[in-house]
Design a protein around this ligand. Sequence first.
Ligand code: ASP
Ligand code: MG
Length: 411
Amino acid sequence: MPVLVMKFGGTSVATLDRIKRAAKRVSREVANGNDVIVVVSAMSGETNKLVGYVNETSPMFDAREYDAIVSSGENVTAGLMALTLQEMDIPARSWQGWQVPLKTSSAHGAARIDDIPTTNINDKFGEGMKVAVVAGFQGLSNEGRITTLGRGGSDTTAVAFAAAFDAIRCDIYTDVDGVYTTDPRITDKARKLEKVSFEEMLELASLGAKVLQTRSVELAMRFKVKLRVLSSFEEYDPNAGTLICAEEDIVENNAVSGVAASRDEAKMTLVSVADRPGIAAAIFGPLAEGGVNVDMIIQNISEEGRTDMTFSCPVDQVARAEAALAAAKERGDVNFEALVSDKNVAKISLVGIGMRSQSGVAAKMFKTLSDEGINIKVIATSEIKVSVLVDRKYTELAVQALHDAFELEKA
Ligand code: ASP
Ligand code: MG
């Protein structure tokens, strides 16, 4: 029988009533002739509460116990979902990570999935079970300890199950009804995309369209899992949501699919560093070791053997970056006159696989921003993306102007 994976996020299982509504959707898919694997998150707010308990009990906590504790929210919803389905006369049972077993690395709090053996669950499907309700976010290490996959990890659980069971699709039920051309809070012209490619979704996800855990999209791309994001709060419609799929499955493409904004950016400039072989390594090595996620990098033209080096990173990592660079200077590994931090920038990005074949996107973007009097501080491009840093106060204006200029409200 075809297997369908359905994942319900925290808001979709936040109350017993919502679990019932989710279970009704599951029952419809069972009636359609599918064996269903349901992956559930903890009730919304539950994981945060558990993380809080851990921190309050032990600031320098044992990560193995952290995982034992924070994974428990999913156990509750998995059991409740199975019970709710049983009440509807649907043969269902819950599966915790260790019972599958979903085997992971031992990196507690951020474990990677190694293997999902299908035998245990398939045996039960063979015996008449119609729904396997799996607790998301959790697994089992080689040492026999409970692990978790990182915050938002049940998306990754769902995609991994879809890959392992060769599912026809992986439906991710959440509190938004799909992926939009931009944040609908910034412009009411934002349009829901019917389809978006894995690569575009990866760019959009890492740029702040926080619909899915980025890892889940990477996994879906690698195993060609058809992913659909849809709302659990809307009436049933077989074409609801946004399909995230391979580029080949998308026939026509606008040059630009979406415009993303990330407000939490900072721009840092090392003024007057020696322009010599190895200087970039001397700067970015310590930053990497210091846990700074450097994004854009530009090296300015050099004069008399000295140059300015500018990079961007998340604004909450500025202090870390400053410390790492001060230490490198102290050690004599790198010499600079000053380190200037600008914490008031936002990154605005245009994303679209259509850029591969259509030119002029960057030029039109720059012209649009200049017409609005918005100064561009840093530019970076890739095959399917153009990003700029601008003053944060222009975030909304920039997004609205670009959304209009590229006519993203039109399909
Ligand atoms: N409950 C976990 C979290 O809040 C995992 C998830 O919901 O995806 O991060
Ligand atoms: Mg989530």
